[in-house]
Design a binder for this molecule. Structure first.
Ligand SMILES: [Zn+2]
Length: 339
């Protein structure tokens, strides 16, 4: 089997790798129908997050179950399944309250930019669709595995409710945060973006306003749009000091910040936070919590996250996918294995 392996900064190779197989009785092996490149893959790709050794890449996946271990009872070969980047048993105390990405048995699922993938804790991790989906809906379902599931969690963590005002900072996840906020009934959704294609997409997903300014000016613009008080909710989907401060300062007293951008060198001043009177809630999205509901929304045609993918490539061109996202020629790249 050939799959994507990152060797070092800007060096992704599509090369021969060991074929995944069942290693524990709770595993499944799935044949990938679609995968993609994540914004967070760009951190190691750019050398900002160093790696000790060549690493198989990819953590967003959906596909057909090929084989299951002897202890797997709920998931069966032939089913179409979606899972998250953290395997979870879905039964421990953390899972039971909806924090599957903090499962006591959590295990990162990596190596999905390949034709086959081993998924640990298959019964807890994977959610099967009622039927094998049509070709057209596969990209929509793939999006749930991370980018849409994470966007949804951000909006959920930021307490987005009908009639509320929402400010959204950042990237592909941010765009799906806009879609999530719209679906949750937010009245006014401001996307903060300087990038024209992203602005257009944000509007399609439900943004009512666009703010192109950053820093204090960006915060001022949000205040102008919210009668001087700030947004009820802010969605932070980047993970830099600037984006985090943008989100915190754009939020009103008593408001909520949902943050899912993996922080890189972000430091907060607790004294400032103390007087800001805000709720902060974030972390690795417990995507598994939302999968049943999100699958249902896709199945009924109520959400179309696929619009967030603006480039589709055959899997063997994965290196070009990374380049396109790194150079901001693409927002989000979908990869399809060829048969
Ligand atoms: Zn658990």
């Amino acid at each position: 089997m050939r799959g994507a392996v990152l060797y070092g900064p800007r060096d992704v190779r599509f090369e021969e790798r060991e074929t995944p197989k069942i290693m524990k009785p709770t595993d499944a092996v799935i044949r990938i129908s679609a995968t993609c490149v994540c914004g967070s893959d760009l951190w190691p790709y750019r050398g900002i997050q160093p790696m000790a050794q060549p690493t198989p890449m990819g953590h967003e996946y959906c596909g057909i179950v090929e084989e299951v271990g002897s202890a797997v009872t709920r998931i069966k070969p032939g089913q179409f399944v979606i899972g998250s980047f953290f395997a979870s048993d879905n039964t421990c105390p953390n899972c039971q309250i909806g924090y599957q990405s903090s499962c006591q048995q959590a295990e990162f699922v990596g190596g999905a930019q390949a034709p086959l993938l081993r998924v640990p804790l298959a019964d807890g991790t994977l959610v099967a669709t009622r039927d094998v989906p049509s070709e057209n809906s596969i990209p929509n379902l793939l999006a749930l595995s991370d980018v849409m599931g994470t966007g949804w969690f951000t909006a959920d963590a930021a307490n987005v409710k009908p009639g509320k005002t929402v400010a959204v900072v950042g990237g592909a996840v941010g765009l799906l945060g806009v879609l999530s906020a719209k679906q949750m009934g937010a009245e006014r959704i401001t996307a903060m973006s300087r990038h024209e294609t992203r602005q257009k997409l944000a509007r399609e997903f439900g943004a009512t306003d666009i703010v192109t300014e950053r820093g204090d000016e960006g915060v001022e613009r949000i205040k102008e749009l919210t009668n001087g008080i700030g947004a009820d909710s802010a969605l932070e989907c980047v993970g830099t000091q600037q984006s985090m401060m943008q989100a915190i300062q754009s939020t009103r007293r008593g408001g909520y910040v949902g943050y899912v951008g993996v922080p890189h060198g972000v430091e907060l001043n607790v004294e400032q936070l103390f007087y800001a009177h805000e709720h902060l809630h974030g972390g690795p999205a417990p995507v598994r919590r939302f999968l049943p509901e999100l699958i249902d929304l896709v199945w009924k045609g109520k959400i179309n996250p696929v619009k967030g993918f603006d480039l589709t490539l055959p899997l063997d061109q994965v290196a070009e996918g990374y380049r396109a996202m790194d150079e901001r020629r693409a927002i989000k790249v979908l990869l399809r294995p060829t048969r």
